[in-house]
Design a binder for this molecule. Sequence first.
Ligand SMILES: [Zn+2]
Length: 341
Amino acid sequence: MSSPPPIDIHVHLVGNGTGHTGCELHPRGWRQPLDMLMLKCMGLPLSALKGDLDRLYRERLLQLVRESSLAAAVILPHERAYDEQGRVIKNHTPLYVPNDYALKLGRKHPEFLPAVSIHPARPDAMEELERCLEGGAVLYKCLPNSQNIDCNNRRYTRFWERVAEAGLPMLAHTAGEHTVPVIRPDLGNPRVLERPLQCGVTVIAAHAATKSGLFDPDYFHFLVEMMNRHPRLYADISAFNIPIRGQHIPECLRGSLSERLVHGSDFPVPIFGHWSWARGLVDWKSFRRWEQHPNPLERDYQLKRAMGFPDAVFNRIHSILRKSACESNRQQRTSHASIEN
Ligand SMILES: [Zn+2]
């Protein structure tokens, strides 16, 4: 029997609100060149930032998934930062992508699996969670240090219990963050995830708690220690193709750790194979072949395969994502189609 097709679980949605998507983008200061670099790596014109970005971005993303080896990509909305009283922290959200936008795209395209992002301090957090479950959410996404979510706060217990009960896995950013502003750097520590794990949530630590900036704390070994205690704790290998994050790849490839890893790219974060080649993780021939590949999703997938990540890392997520009503309809449609063909 052939193994299930690969899925990328870490693909960001971006938009400036054109076409009534509800998205917001406020590029500021030193982050502006970073936004421009991301557009360039996607093959989009820089004018898209102020133009019809939402449509251009989603059409390009759809094309990239279709032209890759991937069966689908989990698309991530982006929640606002809130204080513990449930008030939006103004000027701390350069990017906002509503849940409805991801859910709508998920219903429209089988290549897109919708995640949702809800700050648990929001006064309507429970209602929004129910609405998103109804709408077909397959994953819950958050950035504790940037969105000011202390997941260990006991006030959020009911929220995590409902997430667990619904079978919705959680993808949480861990370690340093440099594409959106950070409010609480200490919440980059994977230990912030203890409470959801105790409530029974299946948690995926994004970037495996590796550092992204030179001066970030390195939480990787904290995460490994937690994985030994929590069988429901996984990690994704997203953004491993940027300079510093790939530092712990040799440990990820060894032993039982690779049995708890899942694949994600962190698209549109740029993907470069140079660092893995320089570290001797990818041979020259594979590096040359995939570094020049025009599709960044395929480039990231193939470079990680060339590093030696086993097939299971790329398809393990099939058994972790929530099977929403939309997803089972989709699977039925696919199996009917294959019977008819
Ligand atoms: Zn990300």
